[in-house]
Design a binder for this molecule. Structure first.
Ligand code: NAD
Length: 440
């Protein structure tokens, strides 16, 4: 048996190639343009640490595509950040923004560092230095960062402040989203990704594809990751009547067949810095979480968590990809064969970039919308995404849209939801590129 590939660039290439089989008239020269990043910035910078030593950090900012507007994408601080990962995540942002239909292109950034080993003032100096090195790259109309793993509204406040100090006299608030409320952040941005997961799941379940569960209430839910996205998703699903049977963070997983008490889990995490050890819960590994008996499985942490090694054992009926790239292409095939549905990342976690767009609009207009206004718009947008992809998928199911392999001439099987979502997004970017006219 050949070993499974976990390289993020190869995976994104495989996903693109699979989707492009279903797109007619995609010019081969254009394919190269759509696959390649526009700019890759690799930056090394020195920072003075608290003990007066100096450390050099490696960092990236990648802009994949700007056909629809400025680059948009988060910045993650993680020791495992690589150029390949950042490029693949920037691509994902292009397809996500196109699918959601917001006027942004795709970008992503990252710094190789372990936030758990850094003080607040070291993090501030790292962020300021990174931002100053990106001064010609980021900007309210060129490339707009946001939070991702191990970055938060404080990180965004430092980015905004650094950019504003070095570009005085302008309204620079739209240079970054996910800011604190008092610095032009939007109500509902912090919760937007987790809340978006709820909206897409409720809409998907209402389509009746999974007869045993057609609503959130009563569904048994397992969530990997208890950071910004995972903890909000847990709260939102719980508020809507779901039973949260498993939760995890990097320390491991807690499980209770009768359902976890979320308030207690939040308090335990605050007091102890981890979930494992919470009274009246079973301790499992993060690997075991993937295979627990549940209706909805929400990976909300790192990539490649569902792979050919565990896809056969997954018991959930629906997977909602809150994290980016949690499922490998090999696992996609197994899940489809087993009749397990999956809402892909470019829909499931698109709530974050959607409300980032609303924040950007509010910043340009010097306004701050009420939470109800933001949530209402977000819900409509998430439902629109599910409806769009579901409608296109149905056309494939009934056979109105037949696809034929361009090389073998054989009829292709009905695509899964990831492929249909990508087909929709890639077509939009390809059409917009041609509509604008290839320069010069
Ligand atoms: P976060 O830093 O707030 O939380 C990450 C969580 O993952 C933490 O609970 C951490 O303990 C856990 N974790 C880390 N390594 C793990 C491992 N090996 N196994 C299990 N758990 C592990 O990050 P976040 O903002 O919640 O992002 C989570 C995922 O959602 C990422 O894939 C990110 O790209 C994606 N995402 C985030 C946003 C956003 O708005 N924050 C938007 C779209 C997508």
């Amino acid at each position: 048996m050949t070993e499974e590939i976990f390289d993020p660039l190869i995976i994104s290439e495989q996903q693109f190639d699979k989707a492009s089989l279903y797109i007619n008239h995609l010019q081969s020269g254009l394919v190269d343009f759509l696959k390649q990043p526009k700019h890759v910035h690799v930056i090394h910078f020195p920072v003075e640490m608290d003990d007066c030593s100096v450390r050099t950090f490696r960092s990236y900012r990648v802009i994949h595509n700007r056909v629809f507007g400025p680059g948009k994408g988060g910045i993650r601080y993680h020791p495992d950040v690589t150029e390949e990962e950042v490029i693949s995540l920037a691509k994902l942002m292009t397809w996500k923004c196109a699918l959601v239909n917001i006027p942004f292109g795709g970008a992503k950034g990252g710094i190789c560092c372990n936030t758990k080993e850094l003080s607040n003032s070291e993090l501030r100096r790292i962020t300021r230095r990174f931002t100053s090195d990106l001064l010609d790259v980021i900007g309210p109309h060129t490339d707009i960062p946001a939070p991702d793993m191990y970055t938060n509204e404080q990180t965004m406040a430092w980015i905004y402040d650094t950019y504003d100090v070095l570009n005085p006299g302008k309204n620079n608030r739209p240079v970054v989203t996910g800011k604190p409320l008092d610095l032009g952040g939007s109500f509902g941005r912090t919760e937007a990704t987790g809340r978006g997961c709820l909206y897409v799941t409720e809409r998907f379940l209402s389509k009746g594809l999974i007869p045993e569960i057609n609503e959130i209430a009563g569904a048994r839910v397992a969530i990997q990751g208890f950071g910004n996205v995972g903890s909000v998703a847990a709260e939102e699903f719980s508020k809507h009547g779901a039973k949260i049977v498993a939760l995890s963070d990097s320390s491991g997983c807690i499980y209770s067949e009768s359902g976890l008490n979320l308030d207690e889990a939040i308090q335990f995490k605050q007091e102890h810095g981890c979930l494992v050890g919470m009274p009246d819960t079973l301790t499992l590994t993060n690997e075991a979480l993937m295979e627990v008996d549940c209706d909805v499985l929400i990976p909300a942490a790192v990539s490649n968590q569902i792979h050919t090694g565990n896809a056969h054992n997954i018991k959930a009926k629906l997977i909602v990809e809150a994290a980016n790239n949690p499922t490998t292409p090999g696992a996609d095939i197994i899940l489809k064969q087993r009749g397990i549905y999956l809402i892909p990342d470019i829909i499931a976690n698109a709530g974050g970039v959607t409300v980032s767009y609303y924040e950007w609009v509010q910043n340009h207009a010097n306004e701050q919308w009420d939470l109800d206004v933001v949530n209402d718009k977000l819900k409509k947008k998430m439902h629109y995404c599910i409806d769009t992809v579901f409608k296109r998928w149905q056309v494939f199911v009934v056979g109105d849209e037949k696809c034929v392999d361009k090389v073998s001439g054989e009829t292709l099987e009905c695509p899964d939801f990831r492929t249909v979502a990508l087909v929709t997004a890639i077509e939009r970017v390809a059409n917009a590129t041609l509509m604008r006219g290839i320069w010069p």
